[in-house]
Write a protein that binds this ligand. Structure first.
Ligand code: NAD
Length: 292
């Protein structure tokens, strides 16, 4: 099945996901506050929209891939937003990582207008987005998941319906907790190995072959060892995710000591100007602590 898609948010992830939907045969209408981002997708065959309302008009599904909760709230609730422009019976899928609580409220308000909302955050990073190999965690009504599935399959390889509205975000935030604490463990191993004078590339290879192996070590390890902080999933976006994790934990009275500690290190990294760098820049915190 192919259809008409309104896609809003064409950043690091969204531009690749939108391109994959075009390549899967869907007709895309795209919008972003950044005009250059729109032009990039028009060059790949998308139609430009001048507003959120235009992107939401005459389409079968609207997808958002925005930075944080306030951006999604605005795109939905503002005058001309999705709540006011998607017709009754329409389908909206938010693939950003945002608050699970805010998602439940949005889904309820949209449902009152006859609009089905799914939360469908993703894991797999920019490379997973590029290769249409994302893991997608979906919360919402079964019938809406069935309608969205052909589109989600154009962007990911693993589509998991994990529960009602907000459940996708809950699972994604648990995923982020593991990523953050795991990255911290890798930083500690690299800082210690470096101080003791072992070859870090070789140590990484050994760890990858045993029970300490992880996605983070495999994908981010080389950039950490080389001190290349540049690209990838930004420090400030991970800090946003860790804050959402801690808010959710506080609401449920679940103590998360390891997550709390690594969050302070992300705050430290951002305070030292690493906010726009990739997550491997967490190692810069350890460079400073060890005088490197
Ligand atoms: P990004 O900042 O690169 O892209 C966000 C895009 O949204 C930008 O192009 C921006 O101009 C646009 N935007 C912001 N406000 C807007 C508005 N009101 N209307 C229209 N467009 C607007 O972020 P990203 O890395 O693509 O991440 C997007 C989401 O996916 C985030 O929630 C992030 O946590 C999550 N995520 C990112 C990664 C990753 O590795 N980058 C991986 C998994 C999940």
């Amino acid at each position: 099945t192919t259809g008409r898609v309104g896609f809003i948010g064409l950043g690091t992830m969204g531009r690749e996901m939108a391109r994959n939907l075009i390549e899967a045969g869907h007709a895309l209408t795209v919008y972003d506050v950044d005009g250059a981002a729109i032009a990039g997708l028009v060059a790949k065959g998308a139609k430009a929209a001048a507003s959120v309302a235009e992107a939401a008009t005459g389409v079968d599904i609207v997808i958002t891939m925005l930075p944080d909760t306030p951006h999604v709230e605005e795109v939905v609730r503002a005058p001309g937003g999705l709540l006011h422009t998607i017709p009754s019976g329409g389908l909206f899928v938010d693939m950003s990582t945002i608050s699970a609580g805010a998602t439940r409220t949005l889904a309820a308000d949209l449902a009152a207008a006859g609009i089905s909302m799914l939360d469908a955050p993703v894991s797999g990073g920019p490379l997973g987005a590029k290769n249409a190999a994302l893991s997608i965690m979906v919360g919402g009504e079964t019938e809406a998941v069935a309608r969205a599935r052909p589109y989600l399959e154009g962007m990911g390889t693993t589509i998991s319906h994990v529960g009602i509205a907000g459940a996708g975000q809950t699972v994604k935030l648990c995923n982020q907790l593991v990523c953050g604490v795991n990255l911290q463990a890798i930083c500690e191993a690299l800082a210690l190995g470096r101080a003791c004078g072992v070859d870090l590339d070789q140590m990484r290879n050994v760890l990858l072959g045993g029970s300490a192996s992880s996605w983070m070590l495999e994908k981010l390890g080389p950039a950490m060892i080389e001190g290349d902080a540049s690209a990838g999933f930004r420090i400030d976006l991970m800090l946003k995710d860790l804050r959402l994790v801690l808010e959710m934990a506080q609401a449920q009275s679940v103590p998360l000591p390891a997550t709390s500690l690594v969050t302070t290190q992300y705050i430290d990294a951002r305070a030292h100007g690493e906010g726009s760098n990739g997550n491997q820049a967490l190692f810069k915190v350890y460079d400073r602590m060890t005088g490197q």
